[in-house]
Design a protein around this ligand. Structure first.
Ligand code: ATP
Length: 313
């Protein structure tokens, strides 16, 4: 039986603004999204004549986790049942297209969970694409995006990937010029934060104008392929509500700058902090310092990665 493998890439927000909380409780956003090379691997196999969805962690991943006695990459926080966004994506595709056959899904998780890196949304986007391919459905991008937004606001962006402006509740997407090459250091504090709780605690409608980031300045820096200017203009309004829940965030930002990052910001609703580096050696040294030095207590996961889907300089 044919098995297909898909990469589900993590994202960071190079800037994030929440414009307002609507009457219906949804928040309108304006965010600059960037894919990272860091990804989960999703394996999919059709189960002919079987009316079911099977979802399991990737076997080799489990074996490695058992051998080292660790819970590899937040695997324990991922629900392997109908709550999983991959399961929801497969179910939605089966219902929408009236599929009689089932599917087996394996997840090799590397993206930290509940971290502001859209791991779950990206896994769901991979499953939508994978179902389309595996079952020969020929659904176009628009159809997949319309199904994706039913699963989560970030899913349409995850289907698209690259560098993009995300507006509305996350479903209005505009492709931006691809970013120049850039190395990225991710540091995730031990705690996870609930995206919903962070948005609610922001009370955005009561925030003054000055609290809002200048998203256009970031877009302009991207258009000019100017990482230094981009680094100087990056802002995330959600830091205001995440920092009281995760006081490591400002400390990690400060540490990254001390360690040579050109710019640093919290991604999404956090609590992951990223630093941008153009010097690879400096990034390696900063990663070592965060893993072993005086900063060690601030984070429990440190990952070295890069922008994904970039342009030549
Ligand atoms: P975002 O940046 O879109 O807010 P996030 O990175 O903060 O997302 P996720 O890693 O997507 O958060 O996970 C949030 C919660 O969703 C987890 O705590 C977990 O219980 C649940 N979840 C459902 N499906 C998945 C999945 N495939 N991978 C990870 N978490 C999942």
């Amino acid at each position: 039986m044919e098995t297909i493998k898909l990469e589900a890439h993590a994202k960071i927000n190079l800037s994030l603004d929440v414009l307002k909380r609507r009457e219906d409780g949804y928040h309108e956003v304006r965010m600059v999204m960037q894919s990272l090379a860091l990804c989960d691997d999703v394996y999919m196999e059709m189960l002919p004549g079987q009316d079911k969805i099977i979802l399991e962690p990737y076997k080799e991943h489990m074996a490695a986790a058992n051998q080292t006695g660790m819970t590899a990459h937040s695997l324990s926080e991922v629900p392997f049942d109908e709550r999983n966004l991959m399961y929801k994506a497969a179910k939605l595709m089966r219902e929408t297209f009236g599929l009689k056959d089932g599917v087996r899904l394996h997840l090799d998780k590397r993206i930290p969970t509940a971290a502001g890196l859209a791991g779950g949304s990206s896994d769901a986007a991979a499953v939508l694409r994978g179902m389309n391919e595996l079952f020969g459905l020929h659904a176009d991008e628009e159809t997949l995006a319309a199904l994706g937004v039913k699963i989560g606001a970030d899913v349409p962006y995850c289907l698209m990937g690259g560098t993009a402006l995300s507006e509305g509740i996350g479903e209005v997407l505009t492709e931006l010029p691809a970013a120049p090459p850039c190395r990225v250091l991710l540091a995730k504090p031990g705690c996870g934060v609930s995206t919903k709780a962070v948005y609610e605690a922001l009370h955005v409608n009561e925030r003054p104008e000055e609290a809002h980031p200048d998203i256009d300045a970031v877009i302009s820096a991207l258009q000019d392929k100017n990482i230094r200017r981009l680094s100087a203009r990056m802002r995330n309004i959600l830091e205001l509500s995440t920092i009281p829940l995760a006081p490591e965030v400002p400390k990690l930002k400060e540490a990254m700058l001390e360690l040579g990052a050109m710019g640093t910001l919290m991604s999404g609703s956090g609590p992951t902090v990223f630093g941008l580096f153009t010097d690879n050696e400096l990034l390696g040294k900063a990663a070592d310092a965060l893993r072993t030095g005086v900063y060690r207590e601030l984070c429990d996961e440190v990952i070295e990665t890069s922008f994904y889907r970039i342009t030549a300089l």
